[in-house]
Design a protein around this ligand. Structure first.
Ligand SMILES: *Cc1c(COP(=O)(O)O)cnc(C)c1O
Length: 768
């Protein structure tokens, strides 16, 4: 679309002949600056206006901003200044949609399975009707839908969009953009019910998507059928028996009755149709990003966009791709994404004259595996893009370092969910400090920090300078507080722009001495008060000296004053907690009165946020809740599990009564038993007290007790009733085996279990 067409929609004029090919709402996805129109959206956690300078410096010249934004520093750019930036984005989507009056447009909604249904439908249709336009990943929101619609182009034969709502009245806006001609209602559950009065209200709200559809497909659920009848008087309702595959099949056959759903689709694990990226560090500084849902231009781009977020200057970009299902133009992708090395499996990309790219082609996975190994890759960001039927799993497995079978899987989507849940408990004006000390409570700080940075956390907090420096090396730019800076480390502290917590006059003096020696002025610090924890911090009698000292120098400047609650999670100690809260108010007010500039205050940890939210002050420090563990009984079901510790069975034997298992013969077999060995021991962080039947692991949904003593690197489990085989997955803790189960057995707290998992257990990140 040309800039002047955009001017026709948004008002104003543009005499520039620029073509806009990308609408951008997330600055990290920038590809072609000169062809980008950026929308400075304000969301719950972030404000797009913050990124305008960075984007302008990178060459973006077209922006949509809110009233009041100062455009003067950007003389070469075109600005649209509007009341509501989101609305402007949606207006453009409506215009784009209106130009495609003649193709079937499928709108999908429902409580669950929207993305899987969309991907299945795409996979079925793409064999006959490429090219197809569809929402990337699960772009189904007020922002995701317009971005999806923007992608339709003149060649597309069919478009498929999903629509998701969390509030009443949101669907109307989505309907006006999508204007589906065929509707699909996947199912109805009571998830995300909070904002709705009843299930039937939610069903009706969802059914509004199909207002003008002539045909709507849905399962045999009376609530859904009733809602469609009420909201879409003109629709013919097609009731489909079976699951999501049958739903997708019926819709596809309605569009083209010659379509037969291939057998191989029926046999496929539906999980493969969930866009999900595995990222895994390997030897020689490579990072592998893997996914295997439908292999088409759109999803290859998504994988590349995701991977780019993990890029660093040392790694060049490599794409390993199986035969695309559509006519994806690999040449163009190589250029747009600066791909340095392209490896195709099962096709010849006929790579044109993009001389900067190393090109290798293999007829099959087998051939690749014979000729290449991980030693042929170094300093590369390797994107492996398979498809459900050619998933390149063998290549992924070969390139990942031959690793310990035991892994901790970390769901960054759950981190985002939990972060936003806690944020929703606090007033909007109050910020969040995300505690990522102790390597993010054991789950790994770097990936977490990236996620939290993008979610708009105000600060990260680490325990020691080294942890902060590591985050800086990984490219984290947001403010970081160091809770326990060591007196020897000031150089590294300043160099990495880490903000120390100051807990004594002695520390303050050392800090001032070093800052003054290095000529540092106004360095931000955080004053820690001891209001009852009696660990670190200034006490009442030290305040006068502290204030005087702060006022007699200009090397540091107080950013915030804080304290820590000792008993926020002890329901029988509220009097003590109230004492701390009152002391904090008094002490911090005294310091504030003594300084001649404003400072922030914070005292709540996770339990504090849940129990004493009215003491939010300017920020809260979120720790354990972020990791999906509630410190108190309340609200456990509102959190999502973040970390899953799993391993696999590496050996399986049958034993008869009389046999004994492991060191000291502590495991006694009393009936014919199947005993499996799993490669996790106390050196991995599986506490030895969990042996001898004190804990179980989950295999095929069955609780299997640990038998005998736990060894250093292995332990044995009784799988007699689990129908287990070698290679089966074992969950030590995770969604189905809560970590609290282990901490309760050991008489400790979940914090200790999480932080005890040894660094040799590989952390694998994904987003769900
Ligand atoms: C660890 C820590 C927190 C977070 O506590 P949670 O109970 O995990 O929420 C907050 N403040 C300080 C000073 C901490 O050390």
């Amino acid at each position: 679309m040309k800039l002047n067409e955009i001017a026709n929609i948004l008002g104003g004029k543009s005499d520039k002949d620029t073509t806009i090919s990308q609408l951008l709402t997330d600055s990290r996805n920038l590809i072609k600056p000169e062809e980008t129109l950026f929308f400075a959206l304000k969301t719950a956690g972030n404000d797009g206006h913050k990124y305008i300078k960075e984007l302008y410096d990178k060459g973006v010249r077209a922006f949509v901003v809110e009233d009041g934004f100062d455009t003067a520093p950007y003389p070469d750019a075109t600005f649209w200044i509007v009341k509501d930036v989101l609305k402007a984005l949606q207006e453009i989507a409506k215009d784009v949609r209106s130009k495609f009056a003649n193709i079937p447009v499928i709108g999908i909604t429902g409580s669950r399975g929207k993305t899987i249904t969309k991907e299945l439908l795409n996979q079925i249709l793409i064999w006959h009707h490429k090219p197809i336009c569809r929402s990337p990943r699960s772009f189904n929101s007020q922002i995701g839908v317009p971005l999806s619609i923007w992608e339709i182009n003149a060649n597309d034969n069919i478009a498929i969009f999903e629509a998701g709502i969390s509030q009443p009245s949101e669907m109307a806006a989505l309907e006006e953009m999508i204007k589906p001609t065929i509707g699909v209602f996947t199912n109805l559950t009571d998830e995300h019910q909070a904002a709705f009065d009843s299930l039937s209200q939610k069903a009706r709200e969802k059914a509004k998507l199909f207002k003008d559809c002539k045909n709507v497909f849905c399962p045999d659920d009376p609530a859904i059928i009733q809602a469609i009848k009420a909201e879409c008087p003109n629709a013919r309702i097609h009731i489909v028996e079976g699951g999501l595959i049958e739903l997708a099949e019926n819709v596809a056959q309605f569009i083209d009755d010659s379509i037969i759903v291939r057998k191989r689709l029926r046999g496929t694990n539906l999980e493969k149709f969930v866009p999900r990226y595995d990222a895994c560090e390997t030897l020689k500084n490579c990072l592998i990003v893997y996914d295997c849902y439908t292999c088409d231009a759109r999803s290859i781009k998504d994988a590349l966009n995701y991977a780019r977020r993990h890029a660093n200057a040392e790694r060049s970009l490599t794409l390993i791709v199986s035969k695309p299902d559509d006519d994806a133009d690999l040449n163009q992708l190589v250029k747009d994404y600066h791909i340095n090395r392209l490896i195709t499996i099962g096709i010849d990309a006929k790579l044109g004259d993009s001389a900067d790219c190393i090109y290798e082609s293999y007829s099959s996975e087998q051939e690749f595996l014979e000729k290449r190994s991980i030693s042929d890759f170094s300093n590369e960001l390797i994107v492996i893009k398979g498809s459900p039927f050619n998933d390149l799993q063998a290549i992924k497995a070969a390139l990942e370092e031959p690793r310990h079978e035991t892994i901790m899987e970390v769901n960054l989507g759950a981190i985002t969910h939990n972060f936003n849940y806690y944020r929703s408990l606090m007033p909007k004006s109050s910020g969040m400090v995300a505690m990522v000390k102790a390597a993010g409570y054991g789950v790994g700080a770097i990936e977490l920090a990236r996620t939290l940075q993008s979610q708009g956390a105000a600060y990260l907090a680490v325990a020691v300078v080294d942890e902060g420096a590591e985050l800086r090396r990984a490219g984290i730019t947001m403010p970081i507080i160091v809770m326990n800076p060591m007196s020897t480390n000031y150089q590294a502290l300043f160099e990495n722009k880490l903000e120390p917590s100051v807990f004594s006059l002695r520390e303050l003096d050392l800090l001032l001495e070093n800052a003054s020696r290095l000529g540092i002025k106004d360095y931000p610090v955080h004053i820690k008060l001891d209001t009852g924890m009696h660990r670190l911090g200034f006490i009442e009698t030290e305040l006068d000296a502290l204030i005087e000292r702060l006022n007699s120098q200009d090397n540091v400047k107080v950013s915030s004053i804080f304290s820590h609650l000792a008993t926020a999670d002890c329901l029988d100690q509220d009097e003590y907690t109230m004492g701390q809260l009152n002391t904090f108010e008094d002490m911090s007010s005294r310091i504030m009165a003594g300084l001649n500039y404003p400072v922030k205050r914070h005292i709540l940890n996770t339990a504090g946020m849940m129990r004493f939210p009215e003491y939010h002050y300017d920020m809260s420090r979120l720790g354990i809740g972020l990791y999906g563990v509630s410190p108190i009984e309340q609200d456990k079901d509102k959190l999502q599990v973040v970390a899953r510790l799993t391993t696999t069975i590496i050996s399986l034997k049958h034993w008869e009564p009389g046999a004994t298992i492991g060191y000291g013969r502590r495991g006694k077999i009393t009936k014919p038993s199947e005993i499996a060995t799993i490669p996790i021991g106390y050196a991995d962080g599986l506490d030895r007290h969990l042996g001898n039947g004190n804990a179980y692991v989950l295999i095929n949904g069955v609780q299997c007790p640990i038998i005998g003593n736990i060894c250093m690197d292995q332990c044995m489990v009784d799988v007699t009733t689990a129908n287990a085989k070698i290679g089966d997955k074992v969950e030590i803790f995770g969604e189905n085996a809560p970590v609290e189960r282990l901490s309760d057995t050991l008489g400790t707290i979940p914090y200790e279990i999480l932080t005890s998992i040894s660094p040799r257990v590989k952390r694998i990140y994904f987003r769900e």
